[in-house]
Design a protein around this ligand. Structure first.
Ligand SMILES: NC(=O)C1=CN([C@@H]2O[C@H](COP(=O)(O)OP(=O)(O)OC[C@H]3O[C@@H](n4cnc5c(N)ncnc54)[C@H](OP(=O)(O)O)[C@@H]3O)[C@@H](O)[C@H]2O)C=CC1
Ligand SMILES: O=C(O)CCC(=O)C(=O)O
Ligand SMILES: [Mg+2]
Length: 736
């Protein structure tokens, strides 16, 4: 019999799991549904790849590999919570914590000096960045705001910063020399294998990637970001921000684009702190500073220097801030800047948050200020530029009246840019890069210079067919116009457009409003409709899937955590993601400081309901269907009664909202009449929960306002974390 797999992840979602999962288990126990937990936290993923460094009893199974295989099977039913996509500083933090707990795992070698270190680094690099989602996502993406969520937002709008037409905020992006402008693309007429070669100016050829196979109909593309063009662009933007008194901010995806974007981030660090790097270049080099990990790496490394020298460099860093431009802050109280670590400012969440806040970001004085949003590659920057222009012209969107933008995203089987890590290279020397097939044909070729970033992407044909089908299905089911966000002038998109036109013919599209528009035109079209209260499905590639499923939800309902996020797996299984947002590290901090967890598990409630529905269909289990339906009703009631977590200690938090969900769920089960056994089982439970509501909420709120301890960040202590997340004796005993 199949089961539901629940993932254990990191940070706020993992805390929430300790409170929510016991409730779920108690509710489904009598219905013949098995739930099993798989640990894909950063810590578990590290331990899983170093069995040879661990004692027998410390070893853990590779749950991610297991789930990756499961995702390809029809019986898959996985509830996937957000996990950390680790930047190098986070990875090192996790390693240090695990070592301090007695796990003998090796350090991360920044510059491996022998084969053993190379092996260690390559193992760690597989865990780095976005390493979970691409493995599990064996299907395309269907993300939308459920009606109940949308209605709640209309009645209880979140705050929206006003937009004025004289805002100086703007997007700065490259006009040439970037990935967008250098892209080349072909569709393969037949299956083949290709290798990637670099030939330098002396004719010496190096294999960058050995032969790997490609399928018939697969679209491949390759492109290059010129280092010189990038550095010139960044220098100009720093100067322009200074001149116009704008905050300098950089927005990119250092986690998902884990090879290319940290390099670009490093160039931005060097550009912004140019005076420091010019004056102290030798020492910085000697210290082995890794700029790609952000300015925090420089700050940590100079700690090793004698006081006088360290103070001199610190003074020069301060001078950079003084001479400007001012830099956007992640946390102005703690002096954490936009360039501290590459994982703090992630474009999918950072740009929408800024657009929601009148186009402003925080400066060092803790005040909001107009911003230059630097998005080096121009492939998708125009979407944000067009949204900002729209807000300047029409003012901020109004959550009480605006429409909604569901997304159908092409993402299966590591589609497009997000699958390019193993084919991305920082170029060592001037020359030519070629993608060559087994017959010696050159499929793609670029002239490159030292320091350029070259990458190749693929998207297979079957996922494209599945994506087109999903788009038509959603357009039909919701009777909503759907726009393919594809740019006929972009090499990759031009190939994709041909396929879209071909595969649309496989479906009945009669009466549907389906269009293909460039991302900028699609933004304008969608925003105009959105403002008028009309809905428009965005059908997009993998990067825009990521960007748009934060952009519109954050504007519409305040956070992407409230999204229903389904991945119908191509082999028939279901992957149910919980919301579209991340793991919000600052929520953990608040829990530790004041024992209040403001993480909202709404996305998890929605995901569990669809997972139960899927379970019922696959296993012919009528009870699972009822559990799913009643859970949805309970979620709606939770929204109506405003029992989501508050931001303030002493008020209802994540744990309290779980209690209310449990109570409403029990009440719905007690009221339904389709299954008598469930009704009989849950009637007394509903009564007990309701009778004890005041006491339970008091137990859950009274403990707040004081620091608490869970014994670790990446690998918290199980006993402590369970205690902290389940503090109500009354609730625990009812669940029992
Ligand atoms: N699917 C996955 O596994 C994903 C993982 N990530 C990872 O998450 C981490 C943080 O990413 P980041 O870009 O900061 O994005 P987050 O979504 O974690 O945070 C952005 C902001 O959204 C709000 N928010 C998000 N989720 C919730 C929730 N459930 N309840 C309440 N508020 C919420 C909070 O804002 P506010 O202050 O306005 O309340 C939060 O500060 C990174 O490690 C990233 O790689 C990111 C995206 C998806
Ligand atoms: O996997 C990740 O790092 C983030 C995923 C993400 O942001 C998304 O899918 O929306
Ligand atoms: Mg995202």
């Amino acid at each position: 019999m199949s089961k539901i797999i629940y993932t254990k992840t990191d940070e706020a979602p993992a805390l929430a799991t300790r409170s929510f999962l016991p409730i779920v288990k108690a509710f489904i126990k009598s219905s013949g549904i098995n739930i099993e937990t798989k640990d894909i936290s950063l810590a578990a993923r590290i331990l899983a790849i170093f069995p040879d460094f661990l004692s027998e009893d410390q070893r853990v199974s590779d749950d991610l590999a297991f789930l990756g295989e499961l995702a390809k099977k029809p019986e898959a039913n996985i509830i996937k919570l957000p996990n950390i996509s680790a930047s190098i500083p986070q990875l090192k933090g996790a390693i240090e914590e695990l070592q301090s707990l007695g796990f003998g795992i090796p350090n991360y070698p920044d510059k491996p000096e022998n084969d053993s270190e190379k092996d260690i680094k390559s193992r760690y690099d597989k865990i780095k960045g976005s390493a979970v989602n691409p493995v599990l996502r064996e299907g395309n993406s269907d993300r939308r705001a459920p009606k109940a969520v949308k209605n709640y937002a209309k009645k209880n709008p979140h705050s929206m910063g006003v937009w004025s037409s004289d805002s100086k905020t703007h997007v700065a992006t490259m006009q040439s020399g970037d990935f967008a402008h250098n892209e080349k693309s072909v569709t393969l007429p037949e299956a083949t294998s290709v290798k990637i070669e670099h030939t330098d100016n002396n004719g010496t050829t190096t294999i960058l990637k050995d032969s790997f196979s490609l399928l018939k109909g697969e679209i491949i593309d390759a492109t290059v970001m010129s280092k010189n063009a990038l550095v010139t662009f960044l220098d100009e933007q720093v100067a322009d921000a200074r001149k116009n008194n704008l905050l300098f901010s950089l927005h990119m995806k250092g986690t998902m684009m884990k090879v290319s974007d940290p390099i670009i981030f490093g160039h931005a660090v060097k550009s912004y702190y140019k005076d420091v790097f010019e004056k102290h270049g030798d020492i910085i080099k000697k210290l082995g500073v890794n700029v790609n990990s952000g300015v925090s790496n420089l700050l940590n490394r100079i700690e090793e220097l004698p006081d006088v020298k360290r103070k001199e460099i610190e003074a020069d860093i301060d001078a950079v801030y003084k001479n400007g431009p001012a830099i956007a802050m992640v946390n102005s109280d703690k002096g954490i800047t936009n360039l501290h670590v590459p994982s703090d400012v992630i474009i999918d969440a950072s740009m929408p948050a800024m657009i929601r806040t009148s186009g402003q970001m925080w400066n060092a004085d803790g005040k909001l200020q107009d911003t230059k949003a630097v998005i080096p590659d121009s492939s998708y920057a125009g979407v944000y530029a067009a949204t900002i222009d729209f807000c300047k012209k029409h003012g901020a969107f109004d959550p009480t009246t605006m429409g909604t933008v569901p997304n159908v995203g092409l993402m299966a089987q590591k589609a497009e840019e997000y699958g390019s890590h193993d084919k991305t290279f920082e170029i060592g020397s001037e020359g030519i890069i070629r993608v060559i097939d087994t017959s010696g044909n050159v499929l793609l070729e670029h002239t490159v210079e030292e320091g350029d970033i070259w990458r190749m992407c693929q998207v297979k044909d079957a996922p494209i067919q599945d994506w087109v089908k999903l788009a038509v299905t959603r357009a039909r089911a919701s009777q909503t116009p759907a726009v393919f966000w594809l740019d006929a002038n972009r090499a990759h998109d031009a190939q994709l457009i041909e396929k879209v036109n071909t595969y649309l013919k496989d479906h009945d599209t009669n009466g549907l409003d389906l269009r293909i528009l460039s991302p900028v035109d699609a933004t304008i079209f969608t925003c105009e409709r959105l403002k008028e209260g009309k809905d428009t499905i965005s059908v997009s590639g993998n990067v825009l899937r990521d960007y748009l499923t934060d952009l519109f939800p954050i504007l519409e309902v305040g956070t992407s955590a409230k999204m229903l996020s389904i991945v119908p797996l191509m082999n028939g299984g279901g992957l149910f993601e919980t919301g579209a947002g991340g793991s919000a590290p600052k929520h953990v901090q608040q829990l530790l400081e004041e024992n209040h967890l403001r993480w909202d598990s709404l996305g998890e409630f929605l995901a569990l309901a669809v997972s139960l529905e899927h379970f019922s269909e696959v296993n012919n289990n009528a009870k699972a269907k009822i559990l799913g339906e009643t859970l949805d009703d309970a979620t709606e009631k939770l929204l109506e009664n405003k029992k989501g977590p508050s931001r303030k200690a002493g008020e209802l938090d994540n744990r309290g909202s779980h209690f209310y969900l449990a109570m409403y769920w029990a009440q719905e089960l007690a009221h339904q009449t389709k299954d008598e056994a469930l009704q009989v089982e849950f009637t007394p439970i509903a009564k007990q929960l309701a009778d004890n509501a005041t006491a339970i909420v008091k137990e859950l709120n009274d403990i707040q306002g004081r620091p608490t301890d869970i014994g670790g960040y990446y690998e918290p202590n199980e006993a402590l974390i369970n205690q902290v997340m389940r503090p109500s004796k009354t609730l625990n005993s009812i669940l029992q």
